[in-house]
Design a protein around this ligand. Sequence first.
Ligand code: SF4
Length: 406
Amino acid sequence: MNIRTWETWFARRPSVASKPRSELRVGIPRVLNIWSTHQFWLGFLTALGIDPRHVVFSGDTTEEQGRQWGRGRGVVDCCYPVKCMSGHYGELIFGQKRKIDILLSPMIRSLPSVLNGHVAKSLACPRVMAAPENIKAGFMKEKDVFAEAGIRHVAPLVSLAEPLLAAKELHLALRDVISGLRPTETRKAVEAGLAALADFGDSIRARSREVLAWCARGERPCILVLARPYHMDPGIGHEIEVDLQAYGYPILWGQYLPIDPDLMNWLFGDDITSEVLRSPFDIRDVWPSSYSGNTNEILWAAKVGARLPWVTCVVRLTSYECGMDQPTFTPVQQIVERSGTLFFSFQDLDATKPAGSVKIRVETIAYYLERASADIIRTKKERMTAPCPLVEAASRGKLQSSASEA
Ligand code: SF4
């Protein structure tokens, strides 16, 4: 018979920290800023020795997910993107064939951004930042659901825009759940995660450039979507851009616009020469209080869309009562419309898709695009003072390939 001593009586229960890293299963709710940083988390955890097949992201947001897994665990928050997190938590806790050991729900404080160094800060929305603790409360109010399921809820405050600080924050939060975690390896894992995120961003930007070059070669119009990262979630953005794409217009997202120097110089070179801007990523001319990462990117992308001739229409998506987006409505609309580009916004997006009104508005957008695009492209091109690098690079490529064939 085991005799209990003081040490064993007060010893901690066997924890996930006793599991080998290769066996740990980590669940991450696919919500909020995870939509723009997921590659960081995958790269970071893999670098720490966690099998990438054991990193489980919850599914896209659906009403069914909320009903099945999040019911009765509501939170006091008017933002639907935050509210719907309960369903994601529930899916990870109750809906897995193989139980997860850690529910990693980072409270992302600041974000990596191509604008960092050109703006004041890249902070996350405070509601987004606090959401993991907020949602956790819904799973603790009657009993500790995490403890009962043998899952550790880990919600580190993470400053992803400051890698050294992020490494400290993550080490502090994870050293109790990942066996033998050392500060140096956490720092290297943060570097690996940021490199994976940068590679992913580069590949999508390269794809966006190809789309723009295709438009430029054929004088074809495309649509730019300005929204927060989580509007890519079909359950939150309601796939409005997919409905538009069905009319044959390529879609670009503001977060993934190309940033190659030749293109940036073509778009912003004159303003830099005349000292209106310090760099292509300078947004002080339109948004002096540049503290919010996602807001900064929306304002910058509006400027890019206003200048790019083949972006003939900008579509703005915002969620119900978004306090972060509210002050940006007028500046974004003015930036876009003053360039002659069409502007449409879908505001107050919520849980339900108003399918009928979305359909009518999508038809209206397609009608205006059809009627006005050719004139918009011509007028915007006339404003440009140098040859377009998108067309030049494409014809250079063609010349080279025909020379090598010959
Ligand atoms: S809807 Fe707006 S206020 Fe609400 S979490 Fe999103 S960014 Fe923040």
